[in-house]
Write a protein that binds this ligand. Structure first.
Ligand code: FES
Length: 165
C-alpha cells in the first residue's frame, strides 16, 4: 500500500511543505510584493533608500523594520547609500574584460579617485562595476546612467567624464 500513501496526499494537499514555507509571511498580513513596490517608489523619488525613509515607511505602513531591511538588502537594485549625480557603470563582463575593461577601470579609479561602490566627494559621480550591459559587440562598454558608450578607450573616457564635470 505504499502507492496509496505516496506523494499524492502531500503534493495535492493545501498544506504542502512548499506552501507552509510562505505561511508565516501571509499570517502577518504583509505582502512582500508591496514592500518591494513601496521601496522602489522611495528610491525613484530620492535616488536611494535612507534609514530615515525606511523607518518612516515602516511606521506608516505597519511593516516590521526587519522585513523592510531584509528586502532592501536582498535585492541588488536597491541603493542603501546616496548616489552621485551620475552613475558610471563599468562593464566587467567577459567580452569587455577581453577588450580591456581592466585598463578602463584602473583609469577611471585614478581619474575620479574612487573605487567601485564609492561616490566622489563632490557628489558628482558614483562608480560601479557591472557584469554585462548587453552590448558585447561594442565592448568595452561604459554606461552613464542609462546611456551606453561603446568601444571605449582611456581618451574617450576622459573626454566623456570631463564633459560631465
Ligand atoms: S560583457 Fe560588456 S557588454 Fe557584454
Amino acid at each position: 500500500m505504499a502507492a496509496a500513501s505516496s506523494g499524492k496526499g502531500v503534493s495535492g494537499s493545501r498544506h504542502s511543505p512548499k506552501r507552509a514555507a510562505f505561511k508565516p509571511i501571509k499570517a502577518r498580513g504583509k505582502a512582500p510584493d508591496n514592500t518591494i513596490n513601496l521601496l522602489l517608489g522611495i528610491q525613484e523619488k530620492r535616488g536611494w533608500l535612507s534609514a530615515k525613509e525606511m523607518s518612516r515607511m515602516c511606521r506608516e505602513k505597519g511593516i516590521p523594520g526587519v522585513d523592510v531591511y531584509g528586502v532592501a538588502t536582498f535585492y541588488s537594485q536597491f541603493k542603501l547609500a546616496k548616489r552621485g549625480k551620475y552613475l558610471v557603470s563599468l562593464c566587467r563582463g567577459t567580452a569587455c574584460h577581453v577588450k580591456g575593461s581592466g585598463r578602463l577601470l584602473e583609469f577611471i579609479q585614478n581619474y575620479l579617485c574612487i573605487k567601485p561602490g564609492e561616490t566622489t566627494s563632490d557628489g558628482r559621480f558614483t562608480l560601479q562595476a557591472v557584469n554585462c550591459v548587453g552590448a558585447c559587440a561594442k565592448a568595452p562598454n561604459i554606461m552613464v546612467d542609462s546611456v551606453v558608450y561603446g568601444i571605449m578607450d582611456e581618451q574617450k573616457l576622459r573626454k566623456l567624464l570631463e564633459g560631465l564635470r
